[in-house]
Design a binder for this molecule. Sequence first.
Ligand code: PLP
Length: 393
Amino acid sequence: MPDTHQAEPIPEAARAEIERLLLSGDLFRYTAPEDAPVALLEREFAALMGVRFALAVSSCSAALFLSLKALGLPRGARVLIPGFTFAAVPSAIVHADCVPVLCEVGMDYRIDLDDFAVKLPGVDAVMISHMRGHTSDMDRIMEFAEAQGVPVVEDAAHSLGTLWDGRRIGTIGRVGCFSFQSYKLVNGGEGGMLITDDADLVARAVIMSGAYEHNWKKHGALQAPFETWQNKLPLYNMRMSNLAAAVIRPQLAEIPRRVRDGRAGHDFVAERLNESPWIAVPPALPKEERAPDSIQFNLVGMTREARAAFAEAADRRGVKVQVFGLSRDNARAFWNWEFLPEQVELPRTRAMLEVACDVRLPARLSRDELEAIAEALVAAAEEVMAPERAYGT
Ligand SMILES: *Cc1c(COP(=O)(O)O)cnc(C)c1O
């Protein structure tokens, strides 16, 4: 079985650039007067996404935090998020002195729009986490949020390359945030990006990210009101280093291949899994073109014991399955977010997390490897649910 956590090699072009940086020692984004690797990455990423502004930072969590600060949300502001996301998302909100408000997520891992509509009045902002790249109905969400007059931040950490109705995920809300942590589509070790078309917002975010004194002048020809905000904002120092940018830049050209192969691999495995009576892979929404590097599926008709036995049986066959709601201290299970200022119960989200499984499927896997993974998962379910068929004559 392939090791699904093993990364692809970093493109050769990164090595020459890193050697150059090591020889000069020029690792800080603001040392060079212009065209530092971080500044070049920002320009390239903005062009790739078709937006006016991109700000490279130390992580997606930093980008989410800076988005809330740059929106000018006051202490105690309420931010609506899906109840199924990574703990980093409510954490960024708590870090920004705001209060996460959780809404239900359905069996298809997407925001429950009825609960969203119920919880929207009284919130000051919405942070849409496209968890594992699953896109909620962005038409309805934008409609609701605009009617309510609240800004939308997109947590697109896991959605680089995903399209909604032909539009790039991360460009639909007021701000989009991406991750270059190693388990995402582009591997910078760590790193994040904030994108927006809002000049005032980016000026604030650039300064707070750590562009002290007049370093904002090194953000190229950004037409943003930096001087308005000079000395008015705290500096949180969440900058990206030139080394991370050098690792990330040559991978931008790899995105189309990773998206294409990741989607084909995912759809191949999904089709195989859906043949099992014990496994259901929710389909994409009609307007969604996904860029998956993992697959999520629900176990059907299994007791809690059977679900645990399934994960064990898959593990014995060499495939690591995470059942989100079963593993202890899982960072994606809302009941483990004990740091939240307000605890909440979400019965529908909990029911989904109890049966939802997660398996990594990086784009580099071959057809044979994908086939082996699908077969192992189907056989593991069969072993648990129909032992007489698996072992009988
Ligand atoms: C990975 C991830 C994050 C956090 O990204 P970092 O760069 O590690 O801070 C946030 N949200 C989602 C949906 C993620 O998958």
